[in-house]
Design a protein around this ligand. Structure first.
Ligand SMILES: Cc1cc2nc3c(=O)[nH]c(=O)nc-3n(C[C@H](O)[C@H](O)[C@H](O)COP(=O)(O)OP(=O)(O)OC[C@H]3O[C@@H](n4cnc5c(N)ncnc54)[C@H](O)[C@@H]3O)c2cc1C
Length: 399
């Protein structure tokens, strides 16, 4: 085998498909390789690569609203993915699927061997770790507890949810407090159409260490639904969200991390799926070209195409902004987002983009700094976000 991909989530499937399309022989290992993806995946439409077919998009909303302390409107289409169609789009008949759980990888001059929990061994020139937050072959879970995004969502018939999610629009973030919220860490309402007649209403904690309890989010969501007259008893299903948003970038090594395992989760949104779909052809191209120099060279080439120094710098800047935000007094968080949503779309998109460009990220942060109230500025500086000074140029994992 040329490539062994560990993990069959969106990142692993995208990596396997791209490697197969490049002519590489691929094995994909997952405890349940045929299991669909249960989560609701969304992204700005323009961040999906052109290769994702329209059929893999379940819904597109042309107008999104956001509230910091006042209302903002974005004419930037927002897409919810159709997981079944995307899975099929990424499935390849020549990718060998192995049902199993990877526990270790061994490396030699001619390639690597992935060791499964039941003792089976799979040899390949290059190993890709797309095991998500588990990062099974690239260091495992970091010792320090992560900042986590947590959320509780309820699915409704679109008609029932009309008061909070109109026919042609959605809510990216509504930071106005849920009714009867007495202090505490602020959370926001997220509202998107899942298809022509289904809507997801979700109370989200962007990041907190440790993650905000789901019971608290459920209570706040219930308060919002009651205040808007959305009948909670008509709820069709519940989505529970908990994942780390500030995992350090993995250290250099022979295994190539990919997707959430590789630090693709954006510190400001928690998104990683669009980035995994976009980067897959680059990953495959780097492995394919690098293999002429041997397995170790291919792994190095893949790592450096995924995380060039400029992308690492942009990532560190965004993480620093997140860590500064975690030190804010709760009442200032909506003020911070009020400033953020007041930026022009160019700056917002640059900061939220999955692509790492330190210059545009820093320009967006500087623009925010200029318009933010002094209390927000002071907190950003105290939180270690000193703009104007370039973030040190680290290699992959050099945090
Ligand atoms: C409820 C929820 C909603 C989210 N919504 C969004 C969203 O709207 N937009 C967005 O961009 N992101 C979203 N995210 C964040 C993130 O993008 C997802 O977590 C996404 O699934 C990450 O994709 P991945 O393929 O990197 O990892 P995962 O989807 O976590 O896939 C990892 C795979 O590896 C397998 N695996 C684990 N351990 C092993 C092992 N030892 N051996 C072999 N296989 C193993 C797992 O079974 C799994 O199939 C959401 C996350 C959650 C939890």
């Amino acid at each position: 085998m040329d490539v062994v991909v560990v993990g069959g989530g969106p990142a692993g499937r995208a990596a396997a498909a791209a490697c197969s399309d490049t002519g590489l022989r691929v094995t994909l290992v997952d405890p349940s390789p045929r299991r669909g993806w249960p989560h609701t995946y969304a992204t700005w439409r323009d961040e999906l690569p052109a290769s994702v077919p329209q059929s893999a998009v379940a819904a597109v909303t042309d107008r999104m609203f956001a509230y910091g302390t006042t209302r903002h409107e974005f004419h930037r289409p927002y897409a919810v993915l159709d997981n079944t169609a995307l899975w099929k789009h990424l499935w390849r008949p020549d990718v060998v699927e192995v049902t199993g759980r990877a526990v270790a990888a061994e490396h030699g001059p001619t390639g690597s061997t992935v060791v499964l929990k039941d003792g089976r061994r799979i040899a390949g020139a290059v190993v890709v770790d797309a095991s998500g937050a588990a990062r099974v072959l690239t260091g495992g879970r970091p010792a320090r507890g992560p900042a986590q995004q947590t959320a509780v969502g309820a699915v409704f018939d679109a008609e029932d949810a009309q008061a909070l999610c109109g026919a042609e629009s959605g809510l990216f973030m509504d930071w106005r407090p849920a009714p009867h919220t007495r202090g505490g860490w602020p959370t926001f309402l997220y509202a998107v159409r899942l298809g022509p007649d289904r809507v997801l209403l979700e109370e989200t904690s962007l990041a907190r260490r440790p993650g905000l309890p789901l019971a608290l989010l459920r209570r706040r969501l219930a308060g919002r639904l009651a205040a808007a007259g959305v009948p909670i008893e008509h709820r069709l299903g519940e989505e529970r969200v908990r994942f780390p948003v500030d995992d350090p970038l993995p250290r250099p090594g022979r295994v190539v991390p990919y997707g959430a395992a590789a630090g693709f989760v954006h510190p400001a949104t928690g998104f990683s799926v669009a980035a995994s779909l976009r980067q897959a052809p680059w990953l495959a191209g780097a492995i394919s070209a690098g293999l002429t120099g041997g397995p170790a060279a291919a792994a190095r080439a893949a790592r450096s195409i995924l995380w060039p120094p400029r992308a690492v710098s942009a990532h560190l800047l965004r993480r620093r902004a997140l860590h500064a935000l975690l030190t804010f007094p709760p009442e200032l968080v909506p003020e911070f987002f009020e400033s953020f949503f007041s930026l022009d779309l160019r700056h917002q998109s640059a900061f939220l983009s999955p692509d790492g460009d330190p210059a545009t990220t820093a320009a967006a942060m500087s623009a925010l700094f200029r318009i933010a109230p002094w209390q927000v500025r002071r907190r950003l500086v105290r939180g270690g976000l000193v703009l104007g000074r370039p973030v040190a140029q680290h290699g992959f994992g050099g945090e």
